[in-house]
Design a protein around this ligand. Structure first.
Ligand SMILES: *Cc1c(COP(=O)(O)O)cnc(C)c1O
Length: 300
């Protein structure tokens, strides 16, 4: 599957900017989550697994993508969810409610238990309770996920000087780096704080033509500021494209800031990857409303 590259007009600049609309691939299995699951689902079928089990937070794009693909491909799905208090308020959480509608069964765990989720005894508890399953790690990053993300770029994309994407666990950018040309520079915009990402990505890639731009996490994972929300609303007004506040919104904000600061070489051609995640806007708006902060406009 290929997604379209859409030109983004920028005034008073010699930079050429395109946005790869991976967000349009599927409404719930959107963007990179489709890429990351693709070969894992093939593998799960080949191993005759009937159940997928994975992990995630309250508004996780990955959780909903697993629930939606399980429904489409005929797998039972189990979501191990961080936060026991969510058990009683599924109906108030748009992500969990949709995942449940797709048939996902939840195992709610405390934050402490969630932190230890990769321990053997926790895995044993899950197997005793749910039987045999195909395990997808939190965020979905493994070798097969990276193989899927190696299909994001096409031959036509070889003319770009820069390829830019948001970074969570680093799986998506790893696939992009692996299929980039040595003449291209890949820029990753981490959506969270921390220095571990660089090492994680190094485990999956060999090419040296990439770097992380760490100035645009806006305080950390799932943190947003009124400035970021205003940028996302303004971007929609100008270009009629929605951006999610957790990943792509931060990356696109960073790109516009870097263009303004003259960071890119003259006449550079830049391709931004829209990795989707728009389902998360509803949940983020709930939190912003509680805090009496400006919300992300929605249009449908
Ligand atoms: C999960 C996600 C990412 C991060 O992908 P990684 O492979 O974990 O780096 C980026 N954008 C969106 C919209 C996502 O849902």
């Amino acid at each position: 599957m290929e997604s379209i590259n859409q030109k983004i007009e920028i005034k008073n600049s010699d930079i050429t900017l395109y946005l790869k609309r991976e967000d349009l691939l599927h409404p719930y299995l959107s963007g990179n989550k489709y890429r990351k699951l693709k070969y894992n689902l093939v593998q799960a079928k080949a191993q005759n697994k009937t159940t997928l089990l994975t992990f995630g937070g309250a508004f996780s794009n990955h959780i909903l993508a697993v629930a939606a693909s399980g429904k489409e491909m005929g797998f039972q799905t189990i979501g191990v969810i961080r936060g026991e208090e969510l058990r009683d308020i599924i109906a108030e959480n748009p992500t969990l409610q949709k995942a449940q509608d797709f048939g996902m069964v939840f195992e709610f765990v405390s934050r402490a238990a969630y932190r230890d989720k990769n321990r053997a005894d926790f895995n044993k508890m899950l197997e005793d309770k749910y039987g045999d399953f195909y395990l997808l790690p939190e965020g979905g990053t493994n070798d097969l996920a990276i193989k899927g993300c190696e299909e994001i770029l096409t031959q036509a994309d070889e003319s770009f000087d820069y390829i830019c994407c948001a970074v969570g666990t680093g799986g998506t950018i790893s696939g992009i780096i692996n299929c980039s040309k040595s003449s291209q520079q890949v820029l990753g915009f981490p959506a969270l704080k921390g220095d571990f990402l660089k090492e994680d990505i190094c485990k999956f890639v060999q090419n040296p033509n990439w770097e992380l731009v760490t100035d645009y996490h806006f305080g950390g994972y799932a943190k947003v500021t009124p400035e970021l929300v205003c940028f996302i609303n303004d971007f929609y007004q100008k270009h009629q494209i929605s951006l999610d506040p957790i990943y792509t919104g931060k990356m696109v904000y960073g790109i516009f800031d870097l263009i303004e600061k003259g960071w890119f070489s003259k006449g550079a051609k830049i391709l931004l990857i829209h990795t989707g995640g728009l389902q998360g806007i509803a949940g983020m708006n709930m939190l912003l409303k509680q805090k009496n902060q400006i919300e992300i406009q929605t249009y449908d």
